[in-house]
Design a protein around this ligand. Structure first.
Ligand code: MV4
Length: 449
């Protein structure tokens, strides 16, 4: 096992990785920017190294500074967390070249997943259902128009270099497609430096369901069931849960098996190892691969609480070359869990709300876990993502987890900044949410003040 782990991240995930690593006898190094010097993750690690000024490009995205911190402290491994350098194949390769283990998938697998059009082609060849669409990026608008005739309208134009919804645009007819194709190409070029665009059949209100994967470097690969992440706003997830209400109580068992089989086949096609997530859309009774993420996801705790697996612990053991000793048949669901992302933002207008946490008293209770990046007295700065904590609540059933969640959210005292806790309470009171009838447009129509 590693002797010293550098955690190349901040906030709640840095703290969580620190706790797990120390529990395995690994000593830890935090890295931080000037904006974060006072936060708990900095003082809780065994050592802490300043990366640079507040802007992410100077600190948490500053690859030379991170590598230097790892070398100067003698770290033998780096855990990137999520976001920042977590899906950067060049960073993973640079770690390897410096003799430091990157806790994540092989850089080659990361590169295979990066181009969304190539990823589609690769998994489709492996028998994974993908959204009907083009095999490759399209040379021009005429090629798009021709392809759309066989796919059928509406279609969605996506940037191959994109992901996470950046640069997508839908078209209902040929005239719109011509316009949207140019827009999407221009945006792809500006955002990703590459103009490749492809089209898919557009599902107007799908569910977003993803499958957790764990694989070791000895060929053993398992799935750890699914999470539903349909409750989001502008591609920012708000509430996630396991199981998906679509599959709760043994419903749609055949479809869920199809989903898990597809996820494993996709991960194998990428040559995946370590923890990863395969994302699918569900629409009209079918599941369709959209992309695979080469990182531990923000919402991994709902999987931990419902399977009993320690995902970060397995990431570290797998990265150290150990065998994944969990068999597929050992992965069983116990109960249900919901995760609420607590954002420093206005709960009605969604404006950011940085400021001092004058009062910060998290709730406790049966089945309540809080992964928080902040403590009372800290200041939330506008430099990074507005997520300050994740409240994860489990119960024997979804209904029990929902009731416990309402209690916990009502008991969460925060003064000094605005948070989206009132939004979470509105979601939990919504009859459509309670019925588990979710899709990615839920917040456009429900949980209104
Ligand atoms: C789609 C789609 C509808 N039809 N693809 C957005 C993020 C990116 N990973 C893929 N996304 C979507 N792809 C087709 N063919 C709708 C979305 C989408 C979405 C997907 C998952 C979670 C939230 C979403 C919010 C809006 C749109």
């Amino acid at each position: 096992m590693f002797k010293k782990l550098l955690i190349a991240n901040r906030g709640e995930i840095s703290r969580r990785i620190n706790t797990v690593a120390k529990g395995m006898g690994i000593s830890t190094v935090a890295v931080y920017s000037d904006a974060d010097a006072e936060l708990p993750f900095v003082r809780e690690a065994d050592q802490a190294v300043r990366l640079g000024p507040a802007p992410a490009k100077d600190s948490y995205l500053n690859i030379p500074a991170i590598l230097e911190a790892a070398k100067s402290t003698g770290a033998d491994a780096v855990h990137p967390g999520y976001g920042f350098v977590s899906e950067n194949a060049e960073f993973a390769s640079a770690c390897k070249a410096a003799g430091i283990t990157f806790v994540g998938p092989p850089p080659e697998a990361m590169l295979r997943m990066k181009d969304k059009s190539q990823a589609r082609k690769l998994v489709s060849a492996a028998g994974v259902p993908v959204v009907p669409g083009t095999e490759d990026v399209l040379p021009d608008a005429n090629a798009a128009l021709a392809a759309a005739e066989s796919i059928g309208y509406p279609v969605l134009c996506k940037a191959a270099g994109g992901g996470g919804g950046i640069g997508m645009a839908a078209a209902n007819n040929p005239a719109e497609l011509e316009k949207v194709f140019r827009q999407c190409t221009d945006r792809a070029k500006a955002a990703f430096g590459r103009e490749g665009v492809y089209i898919e059949r557009y599902f107007p209100a799908p569910r977003h369901i993803e499958v957790q994967i764990l694989g070791d470097h000895h060929g053993h690969l398992i799935h750890c069931l699914e999470r539903e992440c349909s409750i989001q706003r502008r591609h920012q997830k708000v509430v996630e849960e396991a199981p998906s209400p679509l599959f709760a109580d043994g419903r749609n068992a055949e479809l869920s098996q199809k989903l898990f089989t597809a996820a494993i086949a996709a991960a194998r096609a990428f040559g995946y190892a370590n923890a990863g997530t395969v994302e699918f859309l569900y629409s009209d009774g079918g599941i369709y691969f959209i992309e695979m993420n080469a990182r531990l996801q923000v919402e991994h705790p709902v999987t931990e609480l419902t399977t009993g697996l320690d995902l970060i612990g397995w990431q570290l053991r797998i990265a150290a070359g150990e065998k994944l000793t969990v068999k597929q048949e050992d992965v069983k669901r116990r109960g249900a869990a919901l995760e609420f992302r607590i954002y420093a933002e206005d709960p009605v207008k969604f404006f950011p709300s940085p400021g001092p946490l004058k009062v910060y008293q998290p709730p406790t209770g049966e089945g309540v876990r809080l992964d928080s990046g902040y403590a009372e007295g800290n200041t939330v700065t506008p430099n990074y993502d507005p997520m300050i904590a994740k409240l994860i609540v489990s119960g024997a059933t979804r209904a029990e987890a929902i009731e416990r969640s309402i209690q916990a959210l009502k008991g969460f005292r925060i003064e000094g900044i605005k948070t989206n806790i009132p939004l979470h309470l509105r979601i939990l009171q919504d009859p459509v949410f309670r019925a588990g009838d979710l899709n990615t447009r839920f917040l456009e129509h429900h949980a209104k003040p």
